[in-house]
Design a binder for this molecule. Sequence first.
Ligand code: GLU
Length: 405
Amino acid sequence: MRRMLSSRVNAVRESATIRMSAIAREMKRAGEKVLDFSLGEPDFDTPAHICEAAKKAMDEGFTHYTASAGIPELREAIAEKMRAENGVDASAENVIVTPGAKQAIFEAMLSVLDEGDEVILLEPAWVSFEAAVRIAGGNPKFLRRKEKSVNYEDLRAVVTEKTKMLVVNSPNNPVGYVMDERELREIAEFACDYNIIVLSDEVYEKIIYGKKHVSIASFEGMEERTIVVNGFSKTYAMTGWRVGYAVAPIEIVSAMTKMQQHSATCAPSISQRAALAALKGSQECVAEMVAEFKKRRDLIVKRLLKLGFSCEPMPEGAFYVFVGIPAHALTAAFGDSEASEGDEKRKGVAEDIIFAEWLLRSALVVATPGSAFGEAGRNHLRFSYATSLENIAEGMERLENLLSQ
Ligand code: GLU
């Protein structure tokens, strides 16, 4: 029989973030008292006025297909937001509404990449960027950034004839850094000089602590080469509604719309109405959630540092903390019989994966192994602090008990 699966899908690993959360979900279903720091998903309810707009849409029978690129009012509202808040001169034609921001990333990559085109990813990079590049037939080129900013020379060192795209993700998942204007300007200059398209994932734009978000699309010469991706999941606690968007040059939006016509057709009609209410309504709910995230960040970082994990610098955005696992903690995990080095099956498995499994087994604490975000993430763990202060306190207590045994 012929090989069943395509080489494209074989080149892609399962999403580590989704995998870890699926494990946590299953364990919770089985009645285990799991503390879940795996998924980047706000635990708040979607604000009431947003839910009301969805109910109203249903009552009005707004439950059918919409225009593939999204309802005109929402495309216009997104363009208006881009002009008012991001300094990007967008109109509704520059906007496509998608079923989640992830879909926008896939459509963008499928629209601009040819077989063998290279995409620069700054490591550690969120798990699905690499997958999207590979599925679109491209090749990821990793450049280590971690907490140190990248500059023109760093980028020049990895650029080749085949480089077509560069991905920027600020505020960042998994590290939580926020790129300042100087770094973004240098990346923009590089993109213009080398004629490279920038995909800027700005989905954590509003989840930022005391810093100002700058969109790379706002720099001179960038509007014509930037695909800004954003969504409603994180800002408005709307993960299940599946609604995201991209703002890009019309040519790219048209190509993405073609992809969408042939795949999802459109984002859910009801969710689009809800998203419109989110943008047009009071932003007080966002400020409240961000204030709460900040308290959680302060607590989890303090406790992890106390346990010897390293976290440099302090996360300034998103809701993740990306920590280096201290040697004594690795020793404790490896000392455990089930995770011992002698086990054949364990050979070649990154230490952080073994550590994360040990943490899950021994303390019912779920975190995502850092190596899922690339080589630069080895020996690290990502904790999502989109969970209550009580859960954070208890999770850290379990970690403390485990490491003091
Ligand atoms: N973006 C979130 C995370 O990194 C949700 C899961 C996913 O899409 O990877 O946890």
